[in-house]
Design a protein around this ligand. Sequence first.
Ligand SMILES: C[S@@+](CC[C@H](N)C(=O)[O-])C[C@H]1O[C@@H](n2cnc3c(N)ncnc32)[C@H](O)[C@@H]1O
Length: 261
Amino acid sequence: MAELSRTSKEQFDKQAAHYDSEWNTWSEHTLTWLVKAAAPKPSDFVLDVATGTGFTARALAGLVSSVVAADVSTGMLEQAASLSAVAGIENIQFVEAPAEELPFDDSVFDIVTCRIAAHHFVSIEDFAAESYRVLQPGGRLVIVDTSVPDNDFLAAIWQNEVERLRDPSHGKNYTVREWRKILGRPGFEIVTADDTAGGIRIPLTSWITKAGCTEEQEKEVRAKFADASQNIRSRYSIETDEAGETWFTWLRVSILAVKPA
Ligand SMILES: C[S@@+](CC[C@H](N)C(=O)[O-])C[C@H]1O[C@@H](n2cnc3c(N)ncnc32)[C@H](O)[C@@H]1O
């Protein structure tokens, strides 16, 4: 676990300063869904796992009692703390911690959230078990992440490969069926788990830039898109616009799971 966490840490320390502005417009709808699904109450105590620059933590802070925002990247946590100070938010506490080994007592949180990050985790099973452990009975786990199609293994393999070429800290995108299995193991009841809520449309150039790719990585990623089969092109709606920009769409999984009371 330590090795890949360190890769994520390095990758996101590198991205921290410019991460926020580039993701903001791409990901607002996922945040809206997540906040609604979490059904926050003023007395709730929230843990946002892999908080990054703190989008989710800030969105929930005004609606709950307090938020703990955890991440492995010091750089991301520094950005999150600074953005929260600028917004005048005082009820978020920042903690450097991996999703797979949460340094919190059992049954303390009402809500655990995790947005666009689980595909980096070294062990999604450990994250599921840890989320279950730290949630109170009746507590909600809300996850949004990019995902891969349940019924097209070749497309799933292609997507995970291209993701890893672009960002070596990418672990794996999971299908909805895999998510259901993983979360069922510690005992979560799945309220919603689907990838029908719409995909995330992404311009290739910004996607490459955001990850801080080397020239070599960029070449490999672009070649992978250029050489994609017709099935892959249609599966991911890969298209090049008049300005020469290539666009593609990743599936998005949205999950609400509950620890039984
Ligand atoms: C793509 S960013 C998403 C950040 C944020 N949740 C958001 O919605 O913008 C992924 C984040 O996951 C963090 N991360 C990656 N692996 C992690 C792990 N094993 N435990 C905790 N955080 C991790 C990275 O440092 C990074 O901040």
